[in-house]
Design a protein around this ligand. Sequence first.
Ligand code: ADP
Length: 447
Amino acid sequence: DKISTDVVVIGSGGAGLSAAIEAKNAGLEVIVVEKMAFVGGNTLRATGGLNAAGTSVQEALGIEDSAEVHYADTMKGGYDKNDPELVKAFTDNAADAIEWLLSLGGDFNDVGKLAGSTNNRSHRPSGGAPVGPEVVKTLKTATEQLGIQIMTETTAIEIVAENNVVSGIVAEDKDGKVINIEAKAVILATGGFGANATMLVEWDSALEGFGTTNQPGATGDGIAMATAIGAALVDMEEIQTHPTAVPSNGYMITEAVRGNGAILINRDGKRFVNELATRDVVSAAMLAQEGQTGFLFFDQSVTDSLKAIQDYIYQGIVIDGETIDELAGKLEIDTEALVATVQAYNGFVTSGVDGEFGRNDMPRSLKVSKFYAIEVGPAVHHTMGGIKINNKAEVINVEGSPIVGLFAAGEVTGGVHGGNRLGGNALADIVVFGRIAGKSATEFLNN
Ligand code: ADP
């Protein structure tokens, strides 16, 4: 099969849909290909919010903030490994991205604060609705209204290019039938490689055995396709992990569960690490335990202190018992050992000194029934590195020049987040650079 269009967008997450909408709005013919059966990618799974400074929403709430402070926070959060040109484009355009999403009918009228941000700038739906689905719903509705064709279960396998000039892609439908899509511009928005275990270990051998919080389509296809035609990569070894994800579904358990008093125990019913040590230390300790996972253990007082735990209970990922004995039985671990561990820990809470692992913050003892446990293990969350782009979302080749007609946006690119992505910056990044990619493709086609 052969199809012709102005712009083909690969991937239907936040970046791809934003790009498609901008290009279509500018009068171009746009086709989106998506390898999964559903639209939305990892963007659907995003929690937190969209970081932007100087929005009408902040103003209405009396929050003072500026792109300059957002820039400084992002560089500091990324250990200054970020590409300053990209961070500037990101933080300068983030507020406009929020206004744009609002104009498309999205609800981002609540503003919270996430770690690493000086001011409240994380935009999210009012009433506590999850933010990733709201971004996807807003963008998907707009693509439907604009009549943009999204071909699901269609996997891009190659970008066609000759002499540094792109002319389309080769894709495959679910039956393996080849589809050639001729296009004057290609926008890569395939997301990261957080679900590609082989590729993760290739870039960071310490990630052997890690799970993932990513949707299964996050396999780094865009990175392979782009490098095959000469694209440069940046920061590939910068991979963000989370120490406490649920092994069965990759759901992340907030660090606040430990912060509010939970301990980590292994299958011998023993603690094995300072629960508040850095992410890498806690992750490594967990992988050294039988089953490469541990259990967050806490009591009713911790549960009452944190709203998120109610959600975990509703989702059915929390095991409970009226007594420690009952819980230990359900976890199939030694009751006496667990009782002794909890007794010892409660003693540390009273004395203020963790004689075993040197944990310095022990906010409450664990003695109020019910008792609870969640099985957790370390997982890959976000891949900061990826394809090198400039502030027009043009893909840069290994010689340092743009590949003509090729643009990229979102988690498939590297440089915006440097060595560490701040919570709330990814969702804003994908919308900002998705829009830039759509506009740059338009400009390119009109010249
Ligand atoms: P971002 O946050 O950067 O928008 P997402 O992970 O949300 O990234 O979306 C990327 C989308 O790209 C996912 O829906 C994923 O399934 C899709 N995708 C990945 N590789 C391919 C491919 N080879 N062909 C088509 N779609 C792809």
